[in-house]
Design a protein around this ligand. Sequence first.
Ligand SMILES: NC(=O)c1ccc[n+]([C@@H]2O[C@H](COP(=O)([O-])OP(=O)(O)OC[C@H]3O[C@@H](n4cnc5c(N)ncnc54)[C@H](O)[C@@H]3O)[C@@H](O)[C@H]2O)c1
Ligand SMILES: [Zn+2]
Ligand SMILES: [Zn+2]
Length: 362
Amino acid sequence: MKAAVMRGYNAPLVLEEVSIDDPGPGEVLVKTAASGICHSDLHVIEASLPVPPPCILGHEPAGVVEAVGAGVVDFTPGDHVIGCITAWCGVCKFCTHGRPYLCPTQYAGRAPGSKPRLAAKNGDPLFQFANLSSFAEKMLCPERSLVKIRDDMPLDRASLIGCGVTTGLGAALNTVRIPAGASVAIIGCGGVGLAALQGARIVGAGKIIAIDTQEWKFDLARKLGATECVNAKDGDPVAAVQGLTGGGADFVFECLGSVATVQQAVAMTGRGGTAVLVGVVPITQQVPISAADLTLQEKHITGSYMGSNRFRFDMPKYIEFYLDGRLRLDEMISSRIPLEEINPAFDRMRKGEAARQVIVFD
Ligand SMILES: NC(=O)c1ccc[n+]([C@@H]2O[C@H](COP(=O)([O-])OP(=O)(O)OC[C@H]3O[C@@H](n4cnc5c(N)ncnc54)[C@H](O)[C@@H]3O)[C@@H](O)[C@H]2O)c1
Ligand SMILES: [Zn+2]
Ligand SMILES: [Zn+2]
C-alpha cells in the first residue's frame, strides 16, 4: 500500500510502497477513507514530541473495516469507523474510574519480537503512530482504537472527529463545566480551537472571544459561534480580553501550544476562572507563570488531553450533533487533498493558512 513515511525530523515525508500485516488477535484492518492533518503530526516532524523515525504519522482517521482478527467481536467487515489515539485497556484504575483517555497502556503495540504491523519494502519495521498511522491507504489497529459510526455520516467529515474535534469539543464539554452565559476566550483558531469554540457555543456560553493572528480566520470563527474576535498581532490580547470581559474570561482555552500563549491564557483568565491548556508546548520547554496570581485570584489551570474522552460514547454523539446541525464540520474543512500533497499541506499549516486539511483516499 501507499503511505507517507517520516524518515527523519524536519524533512518532507516520503511517499513509499509499504506493507501492512494481516490482523492478529484483537486487531482490525481498516481501509482509510480520510485523514485530517493535526498540528500534533507537525509537532512530531519538528521533533517537539518524542516519536522515532522511520514512522507513519496521521491520527485523525475514518474508514471502512476490511478484515478482523481472532477474538474481535465489536466489528465486522463493512463497518464504518473512526480511529482514536486513546485506546483503553478496560481494567486499570483510569479505565475503571471513568477516565479511559488516561489509560497508560494505550500506546501498547504488538508484543516485543512479534512481526511488525507496518514494514518498509526491505522488511524494516516502521513505527506505528498511536496505533493508527493514517497517512496510509490502510490501518491495522487494536479494536479498542476504533468506534463504529452511522453509515450515513460522510467519512471525510467523520475523520475530523478522530482528533481535533474530540479534543476541542471535549475540552469544553467534558474537561470543564461551562455554565450558560459564562465568558470564554479561545487562543488559536485551528481545527482544535474552532472545535472548542463550538463546544462553548453548544453549552450556551455568553461572550465567545476568538483570538488568532490570521485575520481571515475571523469570518470562519464568527460563522462557528464567536461573538468577538481579537487579532493578537494588533496589540496585547490579554488587555483586549480583559477589556471585553470586565477583568478576564471565565474560561480560556489555549489551543496553540507555545510558552507565550500559555502565559497569555493564564493572564487573561479572570478571578476564579479556569485556563484550559489544550495546545501541546514542546516537551523541552517550561512555562513560567505567577503563582501569586493563581493564589490571590483563585485561578485554576487544567490540562485537557484528547477532550477527556470516552470516545465510544462521545464520537457517535458528536456525529448526532453534526447531523442535527449543532456541530459545523463542513465549514472547518479548508481543503481536501490526495496523499501526494501532504508536504505542501504541512507548509500551509506552518503559515496558519489552513483551518482543517483532510487527505481523502480513493
Ligand atoms: N491536548 C490534546 O489532546 C491535543 C490533541 C490534538 C492537538 N493538540 C494540540 O493543539 C494545538 C492546536 O492544534 P491544531 O491542529 O488546531 O493547530 P493549527 O495549526 O491548525 O492551529 C493553530 C492556530 O493558532 C493560530 N496562531 C498562531 N500564532 C498565534 C498567536 N500568537 N496567537 C493566537 N493564535 C495564533 C494559527 O493561525 C492557527 O489558526 C497543537 O499544539 C496540537 O498539538 C492537543
Ligand atoms: Zn491530533
Ligand atoms: Zn486502562
